[in-house]
Write a protein of this length. Structure first.
Ligand code: GLA
Length: 390
């Protein structure tokens, strides 16, 4: 890694980061568990150029209001969209990377509040642009961790590592199995056997989701309380990623019922991710789809992070021709469902699902038929500068 500050590039540099959808393993990423996201073809484009005055300037055609900061400004977050790139800037500064004055512009098309990682996409695109502008390089894992810290410490949103890591390190045509304890990862091909004849259809319930809002933090605290009890009972456990159903049952009476349910979801979802990995290698969409449906039931009943609209979308999807499986994806309490659908049915599936939702809730859902795309590194013009630490 090089942290020295070089002269600013003379012309504008553009970095692009995708969005992500998570196929399985939900809320497992802050207790050492497994997640299986893929990057999807929405993008944030960060364009950075030198600025004549000794300031940082942030503007966007996606968000309201530009903002200018003195280079030595260290004021806290202001609940403005610029908190995200400024949080990233602060983390770079904390590592000794002090970009020269710049003008940063953000564009793109990631839907906001849909649980598709619009924040991580903004953070990672901004981080890569600032790094390239300084001539500094960090590994993919370091970029992801830096962006997560920006969100945790500056924006005060208690997210895990999945989104930033997926957006940074994903590979086209693959899902990314992340072992969140040590950030090792596996790129799992999505084109084995009959899986090659399927597509991922994302359905946006249009009910807004936000990690920064209270429910995510409440679930996280309930889960961590359960994990603490388990660790006390079984000192060899590093985190919930190691825990077994039998250990949870043995400790059940020692923890609040909510914590028991949250832990049960995590332990069973970690198991489902491993089974999904087998299903992917076997090219078996039927097995994969069953795991998605079981994952949804667990989110709904044990983690209790679903809502009626999303349950309706999942149940309706599961009954439609060509659908192998469906579930809530992302943080929950709104947002999107992810559906595994036979390619030949994906367009009619999307239309039927939207129609049913409109009839039931009078809400116009959006659907996105997605293939897995590359993470920010591979799509970035500065990709050759950067190494992928996997
Ligand atoms: C949000 C967070 C992630 C993860 C998911 C739930 O997307 O940003 O870190 O916890 O929710 O799996």
């Amino acid at each position: 890694m090089s942290v020295e500050t070089l002269l600013p590039a003379a012309t504008s540099i553009e970095c692009v980061a995708p969005a992500r959808v998570n196929l399985l393993g939900e809320h497992t990423d802050y207790t050492g568990g497994l997640v299986l996201p893929m990057a999807i073809p929405f993008f944030t484009r960060a364009s950075i150029a030198p600025r004549g005055t000794d300031e940082y300037h942030f503007r966007s055609d996606l968000f309201k209001g530009p903002r200018t900061l003195a280079r030595d400004d260290r004021s806290p977050a202001t609940k403005h969209w610029t908190d995200y790139p400024i949080g990233v800037l602060r983390q770079l500064q904390a590592r000794g990377i002090e970009p020269p004055a710049f003008d940063l512009h953000l564009g793109g098309n990631v839907p906001f509040g849909a649980g598709l990682s619009s924040s991580a996409s903004v953070e990672v695109a901004s981080a890569l642009a600032m790094l390239a502008f300084c001539g500094a390089t960090l590994s993919a894992a370091e970029v992801a961790l830096l962006c997560q810290r920006a969100e945790n410490q500056f924006v005060h949103s208690p997210c895990g590592i999945m989104d930033q890591f997926a957006v940074t390190a994903a590979r086209a045509g693959h899902a990314l199995l992340i072992h969140t304890r040590d950030l090792s990862c596996e790129h799992l091909p999505m084109n084995q056997g009959a899986l090659a004849e399927t597509q991922i259809v994302v359905c946006n319930s249009m009910v807004r989701h936000s990690v920064a809002s209270g429910e995510y933090g409440v679930r996280r605290r309930e889960l961590e309380a359960g994990q603490a009890v388990l660790r006390q009972q079984f000192p060899q456990l590093r985190d919930l990623g190691d825990a077994t159903p039998a250990q949870l049952e043995a400790a059940r009476a020692l923890m609040p019922h909510e914590s028991y349910l949250r832990c049960r979801h995590i332990i069973s979802d970690n198991g489902r991710v491993l089974q999904a990995r087998d299903a992917m290698f076997a090219g078996d969409p039927v097995a994969f789809g069953r795991l998605m449906l079981a994952g949804h039931a667990s989110e709904r009943d044990d983690f209790q992070c679903s809502i009626d609209e999303v349950d309706f979308l999942v149940e309706t999807a599961a009954a439609l021709p060509g659908c192998f499986g469906a579930r809530l994806t992302g943080g929950g309490f709104g947002g999107c469902t992810v559906n595994l659908v036979a390619r030949e049915h994906s367009a009619s599936f999307a239309a039927a699902l939207k129609h049913a939702y409109q009839q039931r809730y009078s809400i116009a859902a959006e659907t996105y038929i997605c293939d897995a795309v590359d993470g920010a590194y591979a799509r970035s013009p500065v990709a050759t500068n950067l190494e992928l630490a996997t």
